[in-house]
Design a protein around this ligand. Sequence first.
Ligand code: NAD
Length: 416
Amino acid sequence: MSTENLNPFEIVQQQICTAGQCLALDPAIEEILKEPKRVLMVTFSVKMDDGTAKVFKGIRSQHNDAIGPCKGGVRFHPDVTLDEVKALSMWMTFKCGVVGLPYGGGKGGVICNPKELSQGELERISRAYIEAIASIIGPDKDIPAPDVYTNSQIMAWMMDTFSRLKGSNQFGVVTGKPIIVGGSLGRNEATAQGCVFVITKAAEKLGLPLEGATVAIQGYGNAGSVAAVLLNKMGCNVVAVSDSCGAIYNPAGIELEVLYQHKRDSGSCINLPGCERISNEELLELPVDILVPAALENQITAKNAEQIKAKIVAEAANGPTTPEADRILFAKGITVIPDILANAGGVTVSYFEWVQNLMNYYWSEQEVNDKLQTIMYNAFDNVYAASQQHQVDLRTAAFIVSINRVAEAIKVRGHV
Ligand code: NAD
């Protein structure tokens, strides 16, 4: 059966089945894992700048809390759907599981278009949403964080609203906050840093020297641009990057300092002098050693997977590869570092932020990065060992490692 047209919820259910088969998973546990434990849908009204009241809908999905409180971002987007939020909360459980964090998965969303909202309206929506879901969140229940179109300012408003409701500061209720109100050093770079740590491990396994390795990065935003700089520092040659306006390619390598200024001044990567303009599709098919999809879902599909030439695909983005494309890449011998491992650096440093909030004792950036490296290296080794043991791709192996952990907690707690 073709899996190309499945929605994210159906895809994650299928990923659970695939890993479940390798593990001979107890059918009751599989059934538990295939649905969120709790989903809250809320409707709230917000006073807009023109004095009218507008009604918004929000969702919070808590997939599993057998290992610890739920954890996951909140996205503000007009296309937020229930199935999407449910799926994202499930991936969060497995992301936390694969790096061994004491968390389960959660995710939230508000159907709105931040591009059409003033700062005041955004603030009122953020506060109203948190008030509406306050009974099911908290530092020991469920800890939201930023996601698409939400940022550290929004996290500050959310934390403040929850604190007011409780009558005391509750810094640990959300992560991704500004440093002055309990944010962690290293959080902004964490996703890319974690991704680079696992790329280093994968390259080692393949005998691919990073010095001189060529890199293409799709999506030059937070995750992609920081990954480019970090890989460059390790000796890699970043030859192509892209954003929503298009892609650029220079086989001799792109000067990242110059690119930084060009993007800052012009708002995009395109038209950087000395680079060839190519399409986003062409970028994916370039003859490079390392490809980092860091933009959107469903970029590597059954249509273009045959044409991918990279030796390593490191999924900084969530869900860039469809299940059908996964099979093609595996058959071609391409190492795909799956999203739940490759971009888990973000939630790992969110976890560090929460730990620092609970202790009220803050770490240096070096401490954060050292701890992140230990966790990412261990996670890669565990996933790699599972892939060898079960003779499966790294994605299935990551699910195996993660599901094993969650299943053990479910069993030992006597939930089945
Ligand atoms: P971002 O908004 O900072 O960057 C996204 C980039 O992708 C932008 O440069 C945008 O122009 C570009 N883009 C959009 N459409 C594109 C297209 N069609 N082709 C090429 N580029 C396109 O977002 P981000 O925080 O860097 O997140 C990127 C991905 O990484 C998302 O999938 C996100 O879920 C995932 N991720 C991010 C974090 C994090 O901490 N930032 C953590 C985990 C996962």
